[in-house]
Structure formats: structure tokens, C-alpha cells
Ligand binder design. Structure first.
Ligand code: PAF
Length: 275
């Protein structure tokens, strides 16, 4: 496994690989990331991983400074998972002085996370486009946990004619259903216990939907009740939207996804379930 901090050095090594899968990450890797790495390796023969906590996708009052970081541990895990190339830039490598270009995505990026975290998807689209230009993969792998991010990436890849196939992989969950996330380590013991309620709330919506319920209000209320009863009343959204547009519809369409964003102490948790 080779590790590079500069664009030039990464590009020089990249030419040795005719096909390359790519997993962009913000580090502090968990089983969800490692599953993406293993799949990318199996489907492409070689895999590149980036580790970069991207400042432009965090709002001024968000957790950029406290986002967990442990590059040494990450590199050991990546070696074991079979990564070939790792790109580990510092912020001034990707955003040198004078850098002034941002990518703005409309439509699907305007809803939900787009409302709660203004500028977030612009930061994601900008950094992912830069990483695609540097890594030049055939395929890139993302986790379904960030369902809206996946839809935004698909949108700008299509709109900007970027020749990268986007592969979305299932959510990796803990034994109690909590979606794996680098931020989970920052949960207090009490909130960690409560956090499995997100999965229970999504399952509740799933069961109602499977038995024919299409009233969006009813599905949303059912999720809110589970969350509130478990002691997670600080709900940013608990909603059911069209899986293509991320717009709320009443009644909801057959192609729907239930999505949650909940504040658990200092940690904002998101999760979703296609219905
Ligand atoms: O999902 C993430 O970890 C980040 O949003 C990504 C795609 C690596 C861009 O910084």
C-alpha cells in the first residue's frame, strides 16, 4: 500500500493502475468504510482511498474541529483491507491560497440536509469533484447511510459528464441496528443506548409501509413517537420522501425512503431506510 500527501505524487503512482475503484472518506474508519474498500477492490482489481476531513462541508457551528481523527489507525486498517493507494492531503493541498471555485448543486441538494446544513452539499460536491479529477477512478463507492449525499453525487456526476460510475452500498449496522458512523464514538454511554431507536423508528415506518400505509403524516408520526418515547426528542427531521427527488409527497409514492436526523447530545445522527 502506498500513501501520498501531494497531488503530483499520487498522480505519478496512479498511472500504474489501468482500472481503479475509489472510496472517498473523512477517516476514522469503521466497518462500513472497510466494506466499501473490499468491494471496490473485488470489482476493480485495485482500490484507492482518500482520507480528508473536508472543511468546506462543515458549517461554522458544526463539528469540524472535534471530528474524530486517527490517520495511523486508518492506515493500518486500510492495509489489512487491501487498499493499494491512499491519498491523505492537508487542507492547503486541496484548497491552496487563492482557491475560489465551488460547485453548487440544485434540486435534490436543496431538501432536508440542504435546509439544515446550508453549504454542506456544495462543499461535498466541490471536494468529490476534485478528488475524482485527482484519482480518476472508473468507479466510486459510497454508503447508503448518506442517502441524500449519494443522490447529490449522482446528480452532479451526470450534470458535469464526469466519467465515474457511482456504486451505492448497503448501510453497515451495529448489532442493535445503529448505523455505523465515525461520529458514534462521540456519543455518551446513555445516548449510545438510546441511539438504536433510529433503526427501530425506521423499521416501524417500514412495517406500516409494507402493510399498505401511504399517508406520509402517519408514517412520520409513527417514527416521531418511537424517537420521543426513547428519549430522543430533539428531531431535526423524521420524514418520508420520494427516493428520486427527496421531496415530500402526500400520499407518499411507492418509491419512497424514510429519513431521520436526530440530535443526541453533541452528536447529530442520520439514518434512512428505502421503503
Ligand atoms: O461521506 C463522507 O465521508 C464525505 O462527505 C466525503 C464523501 C468523503 C466527502 O468529503
Amino acid at each position: 500500500m502506498q500513501v501520498f500527501e501531494t497531488i503530483g505524487a499520487f498522480r505519478a503512482a496512479r498511472v500504474a493502475y489501468p482500472t481503479l475503484g475509489f472510496v472517498p472518506t473523512m477517516g476514522f474508519l469503521h466497518e462500513g468504510h472497510l466494506g466499501l474498500v473490499r468491494r471496490a477492490k473485488a470489482e476493480n482489481g485495485a482500490v484507492a482511498v482518500s482520507i480528508f476531513v473536508n472543511p468546506t462541508q462543515f458549517g461554522p457551528n458544526e463539528d469540524y474541529a472535534s471530528y474524530p481523527r486517527d490517520p495511523e489507525r486508518d492506515l493500518a486498517l486500510l492495509k489489512e483491507a487491501g487498499a493499494d493507494l491512499v491519498f491523505l492531503p492537508t487542507p492547503d493541498v486541496l484548497y491552496p491560497p487563492g482557491s475560489a471555485t465551488r460547485i453548487e448543486v440544485g434540486g435534490v441538494a436543496d431538501e432536508l440536509e440542504g435546509q439544515s446544513r446550508p453549504g454542506h452539499f456544495s462543499g461535498v460536491a466541490t471536494v468529490v469533484t476534485k478528488l475524482f479529477n485527482i484519482v480518476q477512478p472508473q468507479r466510486a463507492y459510497f454508503g447508503q447511510k448518506d442517502a441524500q449525499q449519494c443522490a447529490v453525487v449522482r446528480r452532479f456526476v451526470a450534470d458535469l459528464d464526469i466519467p465515474v460510475e457511482i456504486v451505492v452500498c448497503e448501510i453497515a449496522r451495529e448489532a442493535d441496528g445503529l448505523a455505523r458512523s465515525s461520529r458514534n464514538v462521540r456519543l455518551t454511554a446513555e445516548n449510545r443506548q438510546k441511539a438504536s431507536a433510529l433503526f427501530q423508528a425506521l423499521q416501524e415506518a417500514e412495517q406500516l409501509f409494507s402493510s399498505g400505509e401511504r399517508d406520509t403524516d402517519v408514517l412520520e408520526n409513527a417514527m416521531r413517537i418511537v424517537l420521543t418515547k426513547t428519549g430522543l426528542p430533539d428531531i431535526d427531521y423524521a420524514t418520508v420522501v420520494n427516493a428520486e427527488t427527496f421531496r415530500r409527497e402526500e400520499p407518499c409514492s411507492d418509491n419512497a425512503v424514510a429519513l431521520l436526523a436526530v440530535q443526541a447530545g453533541a452528536v447529530r445522527l442520520i439514518d434512512n431506510m428505502p421503503l
